[in-house]
Ligand binder design. Structure first.
Ligand SMILES: Cc1ncc(COP(=O)(O)O)c(C=O)c1O
Length: 449
């Protein structure tokens, strides 16, 4: 859900023509064209989804081929080649013990399944008092009630408070905005210590799992886990029998230059949610991936993982995911992201690094966040009433660029950032164009304030 949601009331005049969102006509590669013939360059793969760009004919042909055979065979009646192949691809890309997966239709459903797999595992091993989830503020895990309950995005939670599952939310782990009295280089240690303190406060026998985004997406603006943080979290979780759930819905599937974002941290979670880049937006797709150790315990006690939905393992969606992932592997696109990431970052740094309102440029791979501030020295954010992130979004759009801005990254209300997350296939010329249009838009907005 973003500010452009058609379900949102019309913003003040000038800010995003709510009654008149452009109507999409078609897309190819990084180019989208609306029904009036206007072109847009996709600098953020929409909401970090379109990993191989739009209109890929191989993927379209694979989907059509599957539709010609059968669109959907109910998972609890049949298995299928695309389902088995997708599960094998995920297991192979993840490596280690992460060989098990439930294929679902998106990120929220993936997170929801991860939470339930964690609960079911704890029950399976006789630890059914472990019901509590711990997560972090300034995180986004999805819009279903369970996923929303562990999300730290105040504005999106507000209308549902009181009905959400009780959970604990820790401080964000952000080296640019460390908690009061904590030095940036101590943020990793502080974050892990805070987790341990909360587990001990609750009583370890009550804690089921800790869920976090290895690189925080929409709620933070591409905030990477500081070096050493994930390893320390792993140790804390292991010490107290708490499961570690990595939400890689946005940062996973190659976006950060490795297939699993936590690979870079040298850490294997017990459970992991993936979605967006898995099927690249060709059909709705996600997965809850989990360690075989968990699967063995669950199967021994219950015989099956109890997270089923009608469209689990949807045949045509799996075929789309297989086709996308085959292309990603064949064309070495994750390696390409890793190779081109320093180029993208350097270009962005050169274009905006010295701008007085550019507070921070951060992220990993093709997943970069630019935080706008009123004062670079004090890191003071803009008055939220100015709706700077919405202005950025509108200005970029007028300049023919799709980027992904959001607000509230400082304290849930204040803070403006934009995400650039180009499709993996972007050429260097396209990366230059994205940075150029974004920097122009950024300067125009700042000059207008
Ligand atoms: C980290 C993260 N988790 C979960 C979700 C929810 O995914 P979906 O919108 O596909 O339900 C999102 C969506 O942006 C996300 O960024």
């Amino acid at each position: 859900m973003t500010s452009s949601s058609p379900f949102r009331a019309a913003p003040k005049a000038g800010l995003f023509r709510a009654s008149g969102l452009p109507k999409i006509a078609w897309g190819k590669g990084l180019t989208l064209v609306d029904s009036e013939g206007r072109e847009y360059l996709d600098g953020s793969a929409g909401p970090a989804v379109y990993a191989i760009g739009h209109g890929n004919e191989e993927v379209n042909a694979a989907i059509k081929d599957q539709l010609d055979r059968i669109a959907h065979a109910y998972r609890y009646t049949f298995t299928s080649d695309p389902l088995e192949e997708l599960q094998a691809i995920i297991a192979e890309r993840c490596g280690g013990g992460l060989s098990q997966s439930v294929i679902v239709a998106g990120g929220s459903e993936a997170v929801e399944s991860c939470l339930k797999i964690a609960l079911q595992f704890q029950s399976a091993i006789g630890a059914s008092s472990r019901r509590r989830f711990i997560s972090r503020e300034r995180s986004w895990h999805g819009n279903t009630l369970g996923a929303l309950s562990v999300s730290g995005f105040a504005q999106r939670r507000a209308p549902f408070e009181g009905a959400l599952i009780e959970s604990s939310r820790l401080s964000p782990v952000n080296a640019y905005r460390p908690p009061e009295g904590v030095a940036p280089e101590q943020v990793a240690e502080h974050g892990a210590a805070e987790l341990e303190a909360e587990i001990l406060r609750l009583g370890p026998e009550r804690v089921c799992a800790f869920i976090f985004e290895p690189v925080v997406g929409a709620a933070g603006g591409c905030v990477p886990a500081p070096p050493g943080y994930a390893k320390r979290v792993r140790e804390v979780c292991d010490r107290h029998g708490v499961l570690m759930i990595a939400d890689e819905v946005m940062c996973g599937c190659g976006r950060t230059g490795v297939w699993r974002a936590l690979e870079e941290d040298g850490v294997e979670p017990d459970i992991m949610a993936i979605a967006k880049g898995l099927g690249g937006g060709y059909l709705p797709l996600g997965a809850a991936v989990f360690h075989e150790r968990l699967a063995e315990a669950i199967l021994a006690s219950y015989g099956e993982v109890l997270t089923g939905h009608t469209f689990v393992g949807h045949t045509a969606a799996c075929a789309a995911g297989v086709a996308v992932q085959r292309i990603v592997a064949r064309d070495r696109l994750v390696e390409k992201v890793a190779a081109d990431a320093p180029y993208l970052r350097a270009a962005l740094q050169k274009a905006l690094g010295d701008h007085p309102n550019c507070g921070d440029i951060r992220g990993r791979g093709f997943f970069l966040g630019i935080e706008a501030v009123a004062d670079r020295e004090t890191k003071e954010p803009f008055d939220p009433a100015l709706q700077v992130f919405l202005r950025l979004r509108e200005q970029a759009f007028e300049n023919g660029l799709i980027c992904y801005p959001a607000g509230g990254n400082v304290d849930g209300v204040r803070g403006d950032h934009a995400i650039l997350a180009p499709p993996f296939i972007a050429t260097r010329a396209e990366l230059d164009e994205i940075v150029g249009r974004f920097a122009t838009s950024f300067r125009q907005v700042m000059a207008s304030l």
